[in-house]
Unconditional design. Structure first.
Length: 52
């Protein structure tokens, strides 16, 4: 399964939108949850800026 994700490689780098590959079957004892969307708010960005 491939999808677009905002990826943060280090606390000093900007977020980049990248294609990410996820294995399609959950491992033993795991479940797969479909997420329709997710958000990023100002406090998420503040925590990222204060890291390191």
């Amino acid at each position: 399964m491939k999808f677009q994700a905002a990826v943060l490689r280090s606390h000093e780098a900007p977020f980049t939108v990248e294609e990410v590959t996820l294995r399609t079957e959950p491992a033993e004892g795991e479940i797969l949850v479909e997420i329709a969307g997710a958000g990023m708010c100002r406090t998420d960005l503040a925590v990222r800026r204060s890291a390191g």
